[in-house]
Design a protein around this ligand. Structure first.
Ligand code: ADP
Length: 386
């Protein structure tokens, strides 16, 4: 009887070949796991009393690849490291592979390896159970990512943010104290200049000089009190926000400017304003600064001002558009700086109004900018997160 005619032998040959293929696949898989640069741990059963690691994981733990990292099995060895979660030692029963083996559920975890030699690593990953045909856990597989560098960078970022916020608060306190304390000597200078004028006022030149002193002092006083307002706007971290109708802040600003609006024969129109989560008094100040600029820098025509609001994804964009003299595009960033002005003494102001606007908007997580061709009015726009 030839081989082709023997079905038993055919079947044996097929099984032998399949077995060989399976072994080859398994060997490929094993060498893949061995050479993968990510930390991998495998338990061959649900008890997780024996857990093998690949070279990448062994290198992080500072052990050999034949080391059983399960701390509970009968062949458990003393571990040359300990594992922490959120700074606390993790109980062996609470390790991700063990939990996955016990519960039959996938477990995500972030752990810190603290080695006896002082080296630390942060790993993040998951442990996943595999089941046999009866539904029982057959094997547990854990794959992790070494996130040590990312964690270090995060920590450094938090530290510098903390230092920055402290420096900012100190600077603010300094600006406040300095502007407050500077007012006092100014008052003295002004009073004595006026006294001089009263006593020796007969001399024309002397009168003129004392008038200069009084004027200088008064300008200095305005500068300092504007600086005080700027420092009072505070830091984003101190901002108290609550939901309110932005239209209320606009109405307050219009009320505060009522006199100038009438005097300049201005017309103000506005869209329906949204409800926002913000600081109401700062929003009032923001509108007031932008509206008073629209009046101050009006062109030859009576001011026409429109306040608009539009929804734009996850933020609101609010605009204050005027028909005034406009701003040349090359100055569109410059004007938001402290004490930056494009006008001289002919128009009153210290150049701090828009710096305050920018601080308010940025503290609220928004942006502010101006659109203008330098001829046909300006459109100041700012965003507020929803
Ligand atoms: P201030 O009004 O005290 O000078 P701001 O910071 O409010 O200070 O404005 C800075 C400069 O920007 C102003 O001096 C002015 O030249 C320009 N500016 C601001 N708003 C407008 C506007 N609506 N139209 C034209 N120019 C403006």
């Amino acid at each position: 009887m030839d081989a082709a005619a023997n079905p038993m032998e055919d079947e044996t040959e097929r099984l032998r070949r399949e077995n060989q293929e399976l072994r080859a696949k398994l060997a490929d898989l094993e060498s893949m796991i061995t050479s993968l640069p990510v930390p991998i741990a495998i338990s061959p059963d649900a008890t997780t009393e024996h857990i093998e690691v690949n070279p990448a994981f062994a290198a992080l733990l500072g052990v050999d690849t034949d080391f059983n990292i399960s701390a509970t099995g009968p062949d458990a060895q003393r571990l040359p490291y300990h594992i922490c979660r959120n700074g606390k030692n993790v109980d062996p029963q609470d390790m991700p592979l063990r939990k996955a083996g016990r519960s039959g559920q996938e477990v995500h975890d972030e752990l810190e390896i603290v080695r006896d030699d002082g080296i630390r690593y942060h790993i993040y990953g998951n442990a996943k159970p595999f089941f046999d045909e009866t539904g029982a856990v057959r094997r547990v597989f854990g794959a992790f990512v070494d996130v040590t560098d990312r964690k270090r960078a995060e920590r450094a970022l938090y530290q510098s943010m903390d230092a920055l916020s402290k420096a900012n608060t100190e600077l603010q306190q300094f600006a406040y104290a300095a502007s407050h304390d500077l007012q006092e000597p100014l008052r003295t200078m002004s009073s004595y200049a006026q006294l001089l004028e009263r006593r020796y006022g007969g001399d024309k030149e002397a009168s003129e000089y004392t008038a200069f002193i009084v004027e200088g002092v008064s300008r200095m006083h305005t500068l300092i009190s504007d600086l005080l307002t700027y420092s009072r706007v505070g830091a984003a971290s101190e901002l108290k926000r609550a939901p309110f109708q932005l239209g209320n802040a606009l109405q307050w600003a219009l009320l505060n400017l009522d006199h100038s609006l009438r005097e300049k024969k201005a017309t103000v129109t506005y869209d329906e304003m949204p409800e926002v989560i913000a600081n109401e008094s700062q929003m009032t100040q923001l509108f007031q600064n932008l509206l008073s600029n629209a009046l101050k820098y009006k062109g030859d025509l009576p001011p026409l001002i429109h306040v608009g609001a539009e929804s734009d994804g996850d933020e609101w964009t609010v605009s204050v558009r005027d028909n005034g003299e406009g701003i040349k595009p090359e100055y569109k960033d410059h004007i938001f700086g402290v004490f930056k002005r494009l006008h001289g003494r002919e128009v009153s102001g210290t150049g701090i109004g828009l710096a305050i606007c920018r601080k308010i908007v940025e503290n609220h997580g928004g942006r502010i900018w101006v659109e203008s061709d330098g001829k046909n009015g300006s459109n100041f726009r700012f965003t507020l997160p929803k």
